[in-house]
Design a protein around this ligand. Structure first.
Ligand SMILES: *Cc1c(COP(=O)(O)O)cnc(C)c1O
Length: 378
């Protein structure tokens, strides 16, 4: 028996799929590779409102550390639940208009803990084909029968619903992370209600960006109270780290008893929870609203420069699909030589033959910076 790690790496490399970590030193929307490389305009961060890079949130976090200390010391179920964790969960439930919320160390951990707590052997998960890896892994881990429907395909979903057995959980996203498009949420909610199924909706890229007060797609469509599990992350528009699900109180109680990624892991640092409460308030308030407007103007600017209708870009994520892995890599390299950091996204993150540039816009980008990117893309 041999491990052949070298051969495995060789294979990845030959397929043009080798990934490497790149150290990036950032300040605002400018990043330097390795800390001393040339200045690159960053169009790859999910810091949509500029909170992660803001002096304000740095200050909030510094104060929170003074007040709360460093680590939590133990699991949420042992002695790791501090007032800040409980208050953040209350604030998230209020934000999402649900009875309760449960926070996790990351969005990934939220998925891994929640889905297997809700469904198992004999149950069925109906999953959108373009769902994030954490949803796919959580679905597999649950042991439920997994059926994948083509991206946003309502007829196929309806057909699968008629034959699904046990508890039936539909899993999809509001804004898809690599495509930036939005799911037909109203229709999915109507379908699942007709069949008595539940819906887990991942709002990772919608919170802070869509809906009144940045409350996401559920709020934008007035569907509060009709989505059983609203999942999200504190690590994108909210600028920190951590994940959550907003649910009924009963479901929260079940998760506290069954979600292994909550029970068997140390609670997130309470200072992060404390800062997240303020980031949430900022996002909902006038400053957040202004940032959302600036972000939307930047999206409109890029749409116009690329001759796309604005409706084609409903989120802050703009994919430029090139097809081949090599073409995408070369395009990203060329943009980098022109001073723009735009990642090439390849298999296995996206399907083979759909390699792309993934542009993410932020409220922090200056109009001239967006226009310069559009020129470079042209
Ligand atoms: C980023 C992301 C996650 C994971 O969230 P983290 O807090 O970064 O672990 C989950 N779902 C989607 C759609 C994401 O884009």
């Amino acid at each position: 028996m041999s491990w052949e790690i070298g051969a495995e790496l060789e294979e990845i490399s030959k397929a043009g799929l080798m990934r490497r970590l790149r150290v990036l030193d950032t300040r605002g929307v400018v990043g330097r590779v390795g800390g001393d490389g040339p200045a690159l305009l960053n169009f790859s961060s999910n810091d949509y409102l500029g909170l992660a890079e803001s002096d304000w949130l740095r200050g909030v976090l510094r104060e929170a550390v003074e007040k709360e200390g460093a680590g939590a010391g133990a699991s949420r179920l042992v002695c790791g639940t501090r007032p800040a964790h409980a208050e953040l969960e209350e604030a998230l439930a209020e934000f999402k208009k649900t009875e309760a919320a449960v926070t996790f160390t990351s969005g990934f951990a939220a998925a891994l803990g929640t889905i297997p707590a809700l469904v198992g052997k004999g149950d069925t998960i109906l999953l959108d084909k373009l769902s994030h890896a954490c949803l796919v892994d959580a679905a597999r881990l649950s042991g439920a029968t997994l059926r994948v429907f083509p991206h946003n395909h309502l007829e196929k979903l309806a057909r699968l619903l008629t034959t699904a057995t046990g508890r039936v959980l539909i899993v999809t996203e509001s804004v898809f992370s690599m495509d930036g498009d939005v799911s037909p949420l109203r229709e999915i909610v109507e379908l699942k209600e007709r069949h008595g199924a539940w819906l887990l909706l991942d709002e990772a890229h919608a919170v802070g960006v869509l809906g009144p007060e940045g409350r996401g797609l559920v709020a934008a469509l007035g569907l509060e109270g009709r989505v059983e599990v609203q999942m999200g992350t504190l690590s994108k528009a909210l600028g920190l780290s951590g994940g959550y699900v907003a649910v009924r109180q009963q479901v929260a109680d079940l998760l506290i008893n069954r979600a292994r990624s909550l029970i068997y892991t140390t609670a997130p640092p309470p200072a992060i929870a404390r800062a997240a409460i303020q980031a949430l308030e900022w996002t909902r308030g006038a400053a957040g609203q202004q940032a959302r407007l600036r972000l939307r103007e930047n999206v409109a600017r890029l749409a116009e420069a690329l001759a796309l209708p604005l409706e084609a870009l409903p989120s802050a994520i703009v994919p430029v699909i090139l097809g081949g892995e090599e073409a995408a890599m070369q395009a990203a390299e060329r943009l980098r030589s022109l001073g723009f950091l735009v990642p090439a996204i390849r298999y296995p993150t996206v399907a083979r033959g759909s390699a792309r540039l993934r542009i993410t816009l932020s409220a922090m980008h200056e109009p001239a910076q967006v226009e310069a990117l559009a020129r470079a893309l042209g």
